[in-house]
Design a protein around this ligand. Structure first.
Ligand code: KMH
Ligand code: ZN
Length: 298
């Protein structure tokens, strides 16, 4: 059975002082995405950062540059986030879809607390980074039903394939509601993102629970992938997804370690480690062309 890997290149919540490996500038993000694709990632999931400070950004010009340059260099499915930035409207967040017209983008399936304040301050961090991390004690990642309905409409108009990010079981019920309202098209592609403080845990039990709930709600009308946040969750969920017939997401957005005592030097290193497991578990790693077929975006 075929399996593809998605790599979340830089993230929209972390700060650059957490690891020197996190790509910041457009050059770094493009190079890291191209290398991740060469290492076996069919999808590269993209956020952008202020090139001067490394602060997460939602600047459309930066997205345009990064998406264009990755597209010129490799055949990866280039999947921008629609997570946006604090205070942006859903139409503003969707501009990466409506104006840049990617084949695929993320679609977040509910509002929840997104706390990264437990990340320990490091000497490498600028004062704003420490403040930013602490600020997430009071941060809600907003994706209301009105937001999701509007976003679904904009995805349809743009002809982009959503990757539905489900961080908790309730998000799957939100999605069932959107499907019942005729706002989303089946089959779905689900990403179970587990391990965010404020949502579900990155345990085998919860991954099985998410998968079982998705099956109850959507039958066999979905493909899915798992993303474990943190170490060793990233690789534990990759192994479990390989065993359960799912696809795999890794990347510096979700995890900064390659082993318990070694920080990852690159996204490519994380992709290589995860996809080394695939043939051992009788899964056949495939690249972007076959991932497009599996996802129906050929
Ligand atoms: N910006 C984060 C709160 C996505 O990429 O679609 C969530 C996020 C999701 O990173
Ligand atoms: Zn993301």
């Amino acid at each position: 059975m075929k399996v593809f890997c998605s790599c979340a290149i830089t993230g929209g919540m972390s700060v650059p002082g957490q690891s020197a490996a996190i790509p910041v500038t457009p050059d770094e993000i493009v190079e890291s995405a191209v290398a991740a694709n060469a290492a076996g990632a069919a999808i590269v999931h993209i956020h952008v950062r202020d090139p001067e400070t490394g602060r997460p950004s939602a600047d459309l010009g930066l997205f345009r540059e990064v998406l264009t340059r990755i597209g010129e260099r490799c055949d990866a499915i280039v999947q921008p986030t629609t997570g946006g930035g604090v205070g942006m409207t859903i139409d503003e967040r969707a501009r990466v879809v409506t104006e840049l017209r990617p084949q695929m983008a993320t679609f977040n399936c509910g509002s929840f607390n997104f706390g990264i304040f437990k990340v320990r301050p490091r000497p490498e961090m600028a004062p704003w980074e420490v403040e930013y991390l602490q600020g997430t004690r009071d941060y809600v990642f907003r994706n209301t039903f009105a937001d999701m309905a509007r976003l679904a409409e904009l995805f349809r108009e743009a002809g982009a394939k959503p990757e539905y990010e489900a961080y908790d079981v309730g998000h799957l019920y939100n999605l069932r509601h959107l499907a019942d309202e005729g706002l989303v098209d089946l089959p779905l592609h689900l990403q179970f993102v587990l391990g965010v403080l404020g949502a579900n845990a990155a345990t085998l039990e919860q991954l099985v629970h998410m998968h079982r709930t998705a099956t109850t709600l959507f039958g066999s009308d979905f493909t899915w992938s798992a993303a474990g946040v943190g170490y060793p969750a990233e690789f534990h969920l990759a192994a479990a997804a390989l065993m359960m017939g799912g696809h795999v997401r890794v990347g510096l957005e979700d995890n900064l370690r390659v082993t318990m005592d070694r920080r990852a030097a690159s996204n490519a290193e994380l992709v290589e480690k995860a996809m080394t497991l695939a043939p051992l578990l009788d899964r056949e790693p495939v690249g972007a062309a076959q991932a497009r077929e599996i996802l129906g975006i050929a």
